[in-house]
Write a protein that binds this ligand. Sequence first.
Ligand code: C2E
Ligand code: MG
Ligand code: MG
Ligand code: MG
Length: 258
Amino acid sequence: MLDSFSASELNDEIENSLDAGHFHLAYQPQINLRTKAVDAVEALIRWTHPSMGSLAPADFILRAEALNVIGPIDLFALRQACRDAVHWPESVKIAVNFSARAFSRPALAADIHAAIVNSRLDPKRLEIEITETHQIEDHRQFAQNADEIAALGVALALDDFGTGYTSFQALRFSNFTKIKLDATFVQNSVSENKSHAIAKAVASLGQDLSLTTVAEGLESKEQVDLITSFGFTTGQGYVFARPMPADVLSHFLAADAA
Ligand code: C2E
Ligand code: MG
Ligand code: MG
Ligand code: MG
């Protein structure tokens, strides 16, 4: 249904739902594979539409990106996540997703700075995850935003690594400190030779570049053991915890700290 919306229709739907409080965040922990502690928590957007019901990002993110109306969603997620994260233990970072498209907007770093100042979150606890679903159009603007964000003390993570357009270029020319290997490589690494080799190589690349390496979509102990043996630093997936509402996460973090 959303697929038939024009840019202005989808933009109106999004703005109305933001005003009405129909968007919220689900939080999923990222686990340090060595210490088993929660290193970070990723904020994932959820939309409870008044007539269409509960919508997953897969139902609307790509469409909103393609029509260039994703901005308000990303900003809502950023501000809400910063406000929530100040109540968590200081050792826990908060990761927020941004479309690579957001990096063609000159005001991006200023918006991130404002969210940090207003929430009083330590910028060192904030990470921006970028997914390259669309080709980066303006490499200079992208690099400038990446530099400005890094200068705020905020970390940059390359999401869905291996599926994007210019993953290696981005690694070479921007200040990424974290790469997240896409779940398809992670999940297939136990049963398929090519994914096995790719996952192993990414762990090694991460070590050589001194990056934090996250394996996404871990669902079994077998996957965790293999990924850990490759040298990944961090794991995320249903085997550890599913995305959960903010209040449930607070209990999860309290139990983790105890
Ligand atoms: P992502 O950033 O790669 O997030 C990970 C996705 O994998 C999430 O899906 C999460 O729920 C799911 N996941 C985590 N562990 C497992 C597992 O063990 N098995 C399986 N099968 N799935 C797992 P979700 O929440 O549906 O989000 C999908 C994508 O939507 C995200 O992928 C991200 O690219 C995008 N997204 C989410 N929130 C935002 C946002 O605020 N702004 C933007 N621009 N994109 C967002
Ligand atoms: Mg992500
Ligand atoms: Mg991802
Ligand atoms: Mg993904």
